[in-house]
Design a protein around this ligand. Structure first.
Ligand code: URA
Length: 437
């Protein structure tokens, strides 16, 4: 007995545990257009407040997977995927996916767009003029077979319930909920057909998960859901109090990713890439140990094969691959405002969320789904936590294109920095790992 949809909503509102049939009724009904937005929105808000236990979350994920197709990629070998819960300056996919593919593990990755203060891989990739993010399933499979890597948008056939629910969550304040985030991410990963997934669960001021405790709960849940669907999953908890790397903003981040593939990127980005990449190679059974995987990735940076794989990926998806060799061709902002230190001091704190907000003001991110973005604008941090900046030296650049929000963005970047008199140690980056295998 599944009851009427209104009864299911009321039961969750009152804190009851729902059955798999009730969850199917609401999720599959919503996907078919039988359950209206207002009822789904009320249901989502009830989940935000009342939560779901692990079993219900697994059933919810399962319904979302069954709302569409599940790809079978077995003919390509052990395919590996990665997913980040979203952060500021997070361009890890742009570096790690080509490196791992260059080491022989097929990578099929369906990415998303940036929303609010967190950037999205698809927007970054579209900095390459012409890059297509709308491959069909047939094109995706053909490219995976041909070059061993694909990074595209989610097709409408895969977990369509997630796309529809996410749009509603975004408009109704119902994004921050562990069961909703876990089912959203894992339904996409399961439907997309990879055999192994590395999840980068961001923790800190610039992430959905503000504490290690919350992040661990989300990570454990996602690992268990993946495992129940036959996937090998590892979740890494990584710090997101300060932005990752120095660049925030689409083409600025692409340029930094290219520099990292050339061996000259920032240390924090390189560290998160090597950690996630080693895990991907280990789960894909291309490396016997994580240490061996790390060594393979370091070789793929040193011999240029990772960069060559990015060039191949961009060209194959219709992008201007000349931009990989000459990042000067990427979109560039009209003005660069340099911020200089008013006195000699150490960077004590750098608030990722404020830098993220500044980048949205500059046009690099979107306030709401569907807003256009400016690929050229953003922020480059010339100093990070622990660095000493002498009076008059630059600590940040603001790349702007003459919007009304530019002055406010500059003020925000200034405010994102907290200065101190004494040196502080740079923060730890990898805060924990939870693995199914
Ligand atoms: N990323 C997703 O794909 N879904 C969420 O709900 C949150 C982050």
């Amino acid at each position: 007995m599944t009851g009427r949809v209104i009864e299911i909503v009321e039961r969750k509102r009152d804190g009851a545990k729902l059955s798999p049939e009730e969850i199917d009724r609401i999720v599959l009904g919503f996907t078919k257009g039988e359950v209206p937005d207002h009822q789904m929105a009320a249901f989502l808000m009830a989940v935000v407040w009342r939560g779901m236990d692990d079993e219900e979350t697994a059933w919810l994920t399962d319904s979302m997977v069954r709302s569409g197709k599940r790809l079978d990629l077995s003919r390509y070998g052990r395919v590996v995927d990665k997913h980040s819960t979203g952060g500021i300056g997070d361009k890890v996919t742009l570096v790690v996916a080509p490196l791992v593919a260059a080491c022989g593990a097929p990578v099929a990755k369906m990415s998303g767009r940036g929303l609010g203060i967190t950037g999205g891989t698809l927007d970054k990739l579209e900095s390459f003029r012409g890059y297509r993010v709308d491959l069909t399933t047939k094109e995706l499979m053909a490219q995976l077979g041909r070059i061993g890597i694909v990074v595209t948008g989610q097709t409408a056939e895969l977990a369509p319930a997630d796309g529809l629910m996410y749009a509603l969550r975004d408009a109704t304040g119902t994004v921050p909920s562990i069961p909703l985030i876990a089912s959203s991410i894992m339904s996409k990963k399961i439907a997309a057909g990879a055999h192994a997934v590395v999840l980068d669960v961001k923790v800190g001021a610039g992430a959905f998960m503000r504490t290690v405790r919350e992040a661990r709960t989300l990570a454990r849940l996602m690992v268990a859901i993946g495992e129940a669907h036959g996937l090998d999953v590892t979740a890494e908890l990584t710090a997101m109090d300060a932005p990752l790397g120095n660049a925030v903003g689409n083409s600025l981040e692409v340029a930094e990713a290219i520099a990292t593939l050339r061996g000259s990127g920032p240390d924090d980005l390189r560290e998160v890439v090597l950690s996630a990449g080693a895990e991907m190679l280990y789960l894909a059974r291309r490396a016997r140990t994580r240490a061996a995987g790390r060594a393979m990735l370091e070789r793929a940076i040193a011999d240029g094969s990772g960069l060559a794989k990015l060039r191949q990926l961009v060209a194959s998806q219709g992008g201007d691959a000349r931009m990989v060799d000459d990042p000067g061709r990427l979109p560039r902002a009209k003005r660069v405002h340099t911020l200089a230190a008013v006195r000699t001091a150490y960077v004590a704190r750098l608030d990722a969320s404020v830098v993220g907000l500044a980048s949205v003001r500059l046009g690099a991110g979107r306030e709401k789904k569907g807003d256009p973005i400016d690929h050229a604008t953003g922020v480059v941090l010339r100093a990070k936590v622990g660095d000493r900046v002498a009076k008059g030296e630059p600590y940040a650049e603001v790349h702007a294109n003459g919007r009304t929000g530019d002055a406010e963005a500059i003020e925000m970047v200034q405010r994102a920095f907290t200065w101190g008199r004494a040196a502080v140690a740079p923060p730890k980056l990898v805060l924990g790992r939870i693995a199914s295998a």
